[in-house]
Design a protein around this ligand. Structure first.
Ligand code: PLP
Ligand code: COI
Length: 340
């Protein structure tokens, strides 16, 4: 695959696809230690046919973005939290951890080296960054690897879901993670487990699928790539409390933003039969940012929230505040933004 030429990019139509940029970051763990990695122009990885990750799924990853500011500078958003979550995920999968300060420096190095690919301010685009780690030892028995590759690639993206356009979603009949399983880890298997449900949802005309708690199938868990929120008739911000969902950095930030906006945020069990209590609903995550859920279909019944065509006022406000902080237009009261 040829390297991407920056001149061939249409900033307002990037989509959410992979482009091979000039620089990635790579570091190997072997002989009990990380081996001093660095930037590389190599965007392919080579493994043994028996590599652990190919058969037993020792893989963890992160998703984060670099945002172009109005003054031309570049911001990261809470990269230390991605570093921490990668290590929490790694511990759940009995993998090596990666030093958190080195993680942030490596992300910065990748962004700097590829800075011409950070979309312009105002285009709605950003540079999506994908740090990941895989177990590489050739193994036949089910056991943890003793060697790992930590790698980061970056690719310019538009909005994962374009604009604040409400989308129709469906409640999945499948689970993506078990109750005491790997739902809190950002690991490949959870996404593989969601592919069939995602395909069925898309084939039926939905933008995506929402998962219920895997034990009772009663409470809302999350989407395949984002957490859920609802704005109650009481004006409050609600988001699910669950053992089987990803601890979203966007969600954590939104709980603070919602508090500042007077929305009295609450993490609680949200019964799928109580959709009537919400005036607005949305998906939130790095890729999704804040995306309004126009409707949710459960057991054949379609529930419309605020509108199927325009975002609700609270969703719009949450989006404007979050994206404003990320792009540097709204005051960063909590020191979330890290200039590159
Ligand atoms: N839930 C899942 C399953 C995800 O894949 C993501 C995306 O990373 C999120 C939630 C949102 O997490 P964050 O806000 O940290 O991007
Ligand atoms: C992200 O938001 O970073 C994710 O990893 C979600 C993925 C579905 C693109």
């Amino acid at each position: 695959m040829a390297k991407q030429d920056v001149k061939d990019l249409d900033w307002s139509n990037l989509g959410f696809t992979y482009r091979d940029l000039p620089y990635s970051y790579n570091e190997e763990f072997k002989d009990g230690k990380w081996q001093n990695g660095g930037l590389t122009t190599k965007s392919t990885l080579t493994f043994s046919e028996a590599a652990e990750e190919l058969h037993y799924g020792q893989e963890v990853f992160e998703g984060m973005k670099a945002y172009r500011r109005k003054d031309g500078g570049i911001n990261l958003f809470r990269p230390d939290m991605n570093a921490k979550r990668l290590n929490n995920s790694a511990e759940r999968l009995v993998m090596q951890t990666y030093p958190e300060d080195k993680f942030v420096e490596a992300v910065k190095a990748v962004v700097k080296a590829n800075q011409e690919f950070v979309p312009p301010y105002g285009s709605g685009g950003s540079l999506y960054i994908r740090p990941f780690m895989v177990g590489t030892e050739p193994v036949v028995g089910v056991t943890a690897s003793s060697t790992y590759t930590f790698h980061i690639y970056a690719t310019p993206v538009g909005a994962y879901i374009k604009g604040l356009k409400p989308m129709p979603y469906v409640v999945s009949e499948y689970d993506r993670a078990a109750h005491a399983g790997t739902g809190q880890a950002k690991t490949a298997g959870n996404y593989a487990a969601s592919l069939l449900a995602g395909k069925k949802a898309h084939d039926a005309g939905y933008a995506g699928e929402l998962y219920l708690d895997p034990r009772e199938h009663k409470y809302i868990d999350e989407f395949s790539g984002a957490n859920f929120f609802g704005i109650g008739k009481d004006g409050k911000f609600y988001t699910p409390k669950s053992e089987s969902i990803l601890p979203s950095i966007t969600k954590k930030s939104m709980l603070t933003i919602a508090k500042d906006l007077g929305l009295d945020p609450t993490e609680t069990h949200i019964d799928i039969n109580d959709l009537d209590q919400f005036t607005e609903a949305g998906a939130m995550g790095t890729a999704a940012v804040v995306s309004p859920v126009g409707s949710l279909t459960y057991k054949g019944n379609k529930h419309v929230f605020f509108s199927e065509t325009k975002p609700g006022p609270v969703t719009q406000k949450l989006y404007d505040t979050l994206f404003g902080i990320q792009e540097g237009d709204v005051e960063d009261k909590y020191g979330w933004v890290v200039p590159v």
